[in-house]
Write a protein that binds this ligand. Sequence first.
Ligand code: GN1
Ligand code: MG
Length: 366
Amino acid sequence: MLNEIIAAAASHFSFEGTPVSGEEMHSGNINRTYHLICDDRGARHEYILQRVSTYVFKEPAPMMDNIARVTAHLRQALLARGENPERRVLEIIPTRENGLLWFDAEGGCWRAYAFITDAFAYDAVDAAAFYQVGRGFGAFQRLLSDFPAAELYESIPDFHNTAKRFGQLDAAIRADKVGRAHEVGAEIAFLLERREKLCAIVRLIDEGVLPLRVTHNDTKSNNVMLDKKTGEPLCVIDLDTVMPGSSLYDYGDAIRFGGNTAAEDERDTSKISLDMQKTEAFTRGFIEETNGILSREELRRLPLGIYAMTGELAARFLTDYLSGDAYWKISSPDHNLVRSRAQIALLRDIERRENDLQRMVDAMIG
Ligand code: GN1
Ligand code: MG
């Protein structure tokens, strides 16, 4: 199936062959993603075609420049190590005018990548796969450790600035735009009680304890493509939020998502907890790749990343619920509330396991 909109957008990119199908892939919560198949006299070529949300990414052009620079660096870094970059780095497909983006008449913004063949990504991982995901995100940190982070454009300013995220929650409560604040008193109280600790990473960066690095900032397990044959990590995808940040963000957000015993938007909070076996597996993979790259201060504080990323996202989902669901795609009127409650349930369990998490990390870094 190929609808007119997809066909029109596809005609502006330098694809090989003629597009024959463009199924939507329902993996992200923000951009629209299509798996495009082109036919070139019997030869099949596959691509990813995406409509970027300009509501979320206000300036897609410098964001794409970031992605072009970071992918070029990754490719060079792999070549320098004698590794083949094929399927290992996102490959941007330019427009027919050799640009990185194409804008439709409605202001919609489109881009394309080569499809990574014989690979898969998991929403829900088992411990073995999560170990590989940990290696994938760890290698991403390692390969970019000599990239000048300060030169990257901030595609979403203050993305993981938890203090600012709390400021947005305060404002949403005050405005109470859609009259929902009275329903969520318990959730608001839960988060506000933990405000100071949830904002600790921002403070540690300001104090110079934690360095700024190139970070991915959206490290869901489904953002690492694994090789279908070997299960090894191939390529980190979804580079929209690659920006200067803390390694604790990447580590913490990954566990927040992949270490949850339930889905990120599970309604039955009794199913939600932190799976320690999976957490251990991811941590092992991540530390194997980053030991010697990250500082001792960072490694030791990795558990704070899990805590802060989970609480921050609970606050962000709640903010969107209070603001009338403008940010995330939703599939029910209370979807953002369900998501926020699920993150709060996870945070409760993370609190219970705080000592275990610290012991686990301390044992691995020696
Ligand atoms: C968004 O759309 P997706 O899945 O890449 C969000 C992340 C959240 C995530 C929660 C740019 O990511 O920060 O953790 O939803 N990305 C942006 O599902 O806001
Ligand atoms: Mg994303």
